[in-house]
Design a protein around this ligand. Structure first.
Ligand code: ADP
Length: 168
């Protein structure tokens, strides 16, 4: 059984993430999308861990061999605990590569795990959750970059923030 993990913060999930997860689901028997739920980073997030998990579960529903899980601590520990030998990462640009190479080498020095890089689809090469949030905050149209259920929650959360507080 070839099992892989697609890790990330997914704050929120974008069409770029879904593209990588769906392509990974064709390469591996099972794919676990693992969301970092590190409490120390919670205040930096727009969505709570539960909200991010819920959106990812909706996004991954069309792929029967994909499941969603939260993880705290080291990704390599999660891999060991779940019998996972492959980490799948999307590469958008050379700027991603420097960091991802270092991380891949560190992870394989810690446990028996390989990192598999999947090149971004050209239409998503500029896409990152942080940029989606920034553009949406200033009223830009991100409807082609995230699924409709994410757009709905994003619009609501940003409106709450602008009104001063709820959901923070
Ligand atoms: P962000 O989306 O802000 O980069 P994440 O931590 O949620 O942050 O991303 C998780 C992983 O998903 C990234 O490390 C990268 O491998 C992949 N990824 C994210 N966006 C894209 C994209 N547009 N194309 C390809 N891979 C992507």
């Amino acid at each position: 059984m070839r099992r892989a993990v697609c890790p990330g913060s997914f704050d929120p999930v974008t069409n770029g993430h879904i593209d990588i997860v769906s392509r990974a689901s064709r390469l591996f028997d099972e794919v676990v999308v693992a969301i970092g739920v590190n409490k120390a980073k919670a205040s930096a997030r727009l969505f709570s861990a539960d909200e991010r998990i819920e959106m990812l579960e909706l996004a991954c529903a069309p792929y029967p061999n994909v499941s969603v899980a939260g993880f705290d601590g080291l990704l390599t520990t999660f891999c060991e605990q779940n019998g996972i030998k492959a980490i799948v990462k999307g590469l958008r640009a050379v700027s991603d590569f420097d960091y991802e190479l270092q991380m891949a080498q560190m992870n394989s020095s810690l446990v028996d795990v390989e990192t598999v890089f999947i090149p971004t689809s050209p239409e998503y090469s500029f896409l990152a959750s942080s940029l989606v949030k920034e553009v949406a905050t200033f009223g830009g149209d991100v409807s082609r970059l995230v699924p409709p259920f994410v757009l709905e929650r994003l619009t609501k959360r940003l409106a709450e923030r602008a009104a001063g507080g709820a959901g923070e």
